[in-house]
Design a protein around this ligand. Structure first.
Ligand SMILES: [Fe+2]
Length: 190
């Protein structure tokens, strides 16, 4: 993942954040074995994360690793306010933590997880203190308070400064994106 991100991340803030993140990850947290739990929206996973749709070897490797650990992930609906969300959001999305609180590697300084949106779903406007970089695995659009809607494309990235209001939306195909949060040792939300 670090390699794929380093290819596509252009902005200095994102580079700085990811450098701190992956340096912290060299020290492994508490590895936990979990029984995964899917939600109905996960039926879109095979389309949203399909190695045969990916041209970059790094992205193919990420998608294969992800599909291998996916049975251990616990998919959840987002709690809290749903300002700006589209109709159908509640059952048209799911998030899972891979590294971080309640993830497969428990730690509080870094979180890495994944969000999945069914087609034509807009995620709520939301904000959180940790800085965030998304790695996009299928087509969809992202925006924040200082960046109008853009489509990073498969393998593209999107960076959110700490505390900025941001969101994402899918088009005619499901959207899947990994997110990396640099918590600086604090707890986080998505
Ligand atoms: Fe976020």
């Amino acid at each position: 993942m670090q390699k794929a991100l380093s290819v596509s991340v252009l902005g200095q803030p994102a580079r700085k954040m990811l450098s701190k993140t992956f340096s912290a990850l060299r020290e492994v947290g508490v590895v936990v074995s979990r029984e995964g739990m899917q939600l109905p929206v996960c039926r879109h996973l095979s389309k949203a994360c399909n190695p045969s749709d990916l041209s970059s070897p790094d992205l193919v490797a990420i998608s294969l690793s992800f599909m291998a650990l996916e049975p251990s992930l616990i998919w959840r609906h987002r709690g809290g306010p749903i300002v700006g969300a589209s109709e159908g959001f509640q059952y048209g999305h799911a998030n899972a933590v891979i590294i971080g609180p309640e993830g497969l590697e428990e730690r509080s300084d870094v979180s890495i997880g994944v969000s999945l949106l069914a087609p034509n779903i807009r995620y709520p406007d939301h904000t959180h203190p940790p800085e965030e970089t998304y790695l996009v695995m299928s087509n969809g659009a992202f925006s924040n308070a200082s960046t109008p809607w853009i489509e990073p494309g498969i393998g593209g990235t999107f960076h959110n400064a700490p505390g900025v209001v941001h969101t994402m939306r899918s088009g005619d195909v499901p959207l899947m994106a990994f997110w990396v949060l640099w918590n600086g040792g604090k707890a986080t939300g998505l």
